[in-house]
Design a protein around this ligand. Structure first.
Ligand code: 1HN
Length: 351
């Protein structure tokens, strides 16, 4: 008889002997490495604003914006606790600033978006230009630009921060610096970037002052909402998305940031959307109105009624459906620009 065919025992001995050499067999993990379809560890998540707000206000009593540098409660995906991640690639948090406070100037390679959730009159300063915040405004802090926040008006102001922190961490490409001064010097009047780039026009000696990032610091809600309203009146409603637009970089027509795509959509009253799934997991912020989101993955179904200022996550390749009896407006962001740059974006719309 020949020697016995390699057995489980033989394999186990091989694994043990090579382990100290930092060697491991691919055939034991191959299936998990290249799954037949995306299998994210991220789970659907939902934060009701009424539950979150009291903690934000308590944070306002527990620490100043300056002491905290950024007074933020991180929205952590329940399956990624401790990782400061809302999806595998993205970070989200709710930031509070109170009248008279300053969040000191710094810069980092991570890109940031702000979506204003509550209150008015705080400002963010980017590269010497201040922008006043209003609910529903979408504001950008491009990679490596100095930025500070302040509040010289009334009442608490809360916004959603979206950053590419987990992605930049994955690439080990993060740099950061603190500014010498707390609040950077204002060098340009408010609205300068919008005047240059926000009216379907651009400087004649065209430049891209922030590289791959949009030179518009703030996309005011009033304008974005007006566009959706007009389209709702005049064009067919998409059976999956209602009326949905993406924010663009006016110099390229592409995404506003290289790593994060941003969207605003309006579901008309009585909308009962069809299901879809896509590879880019997304974070939603409810601006106005109310509705329901149903998220399914395999046998698991999650269902949440939402209202203004609630936040939720639709993970990669989970099927989602949106509906709204009274109509609503939703802001959302995802890592779609990266999926598209890599040629791996996939979307399936169910009939
Ligand atoms: C940051 O700079 C801000 O500038 C907010 O408001 C959240 C989370 C991690 C790292 C930097 C801001 C942040 C952040």
């Amino acid at each position: 008889m020949n020697a016995p065919h390699p057995t489980a025992q033989l394999r186990q001995q091989l694994y043990r002997d090579m382990d100290p050499h930092n060697l491991t067999p691919l055939w034991e993990v191959l299936h998990a490495l290249v799954p037949p379809q995306p299998r994210t560890p991220c789970v659907p998540a939902f934060w009701k604003y009424d539950d979150v707000r009291p903690f934000l206000m308590r944070a306002g009593e527990a620490i100043t914006a300056e002491e905290a540098v950024r007074r933020v409660l991180i929205l952590e995906n329940p399956a990624l606790r401790g990782q400061s991640a809302v999806t595998q690639s993205l970070y989200a948090g709710l930031q509070l600033i109170l009248p008279g406070e300053v969040a000191p100037s710094h810069r980092h390679t991570q890109s940031a978006l702000r979506f204003i959730v509550e209150g008015s009159g705080a400002y963010t300063a980017v590269d010497g230009e201040r922008t006043t915040m209003h609910p529903g405004d979408f504001i950008i802090t491009p990679s490596w630009t100095w930025h500070d926040h302040g509040h010289e008006a009334q009442g608490p102001v809360v916004w959603l921060d979206g950053l590419d922190i987990p992605m930049i961490r994955f690439f080990d490409a993060g740099f950061a610096q603190n500014d010498a001064s707390k609040s950077q010097k204002v060098t340009r009047g408010e609205g300068t970037s919008f005047a240059r780039y926000g009216h379907n026009m651009a400087p004649v000696t065209s430049d891209a002052p922030y590289g791959k990032t949009s030179p518009i610091f703030s996309y005011p809600y009033a304008r974005s909402r007006e566009a959706l309203e007009q389209l709702e009146r005049n064009t067919p409603i998409d059976a999956w998305d209602g009326v949905k637009l993406r924010y663009v970089n006016p110099l390229t027509g592409g995404w506003t940031m290289p790593t994060i795509g941003t969207f605003l959509q309006k579901l008309p009253a009585g909308f009962d959307g069809k299901g879809w799934r896509q590879t880019d997991g997304a974070v939603y912020s409810v601006v106005e109105g109310e509705g329901e989101v149903v998220i399914t993955s395999g046998e698991t179904e999650t269902r949440h009624a939402f209202g203004p200022r609630d936040h939720f996550v639709v993970p990669s390749w989970h099927t989602a459906r949106l509906s709204s009896s009274k109509g609503c407006v939703l802001f959302s962001f995802s890592d779609r620009p990266v999926h598209q740059a890599l040629g791996i974006h996939n979307e399936e719309r169910l009939s």
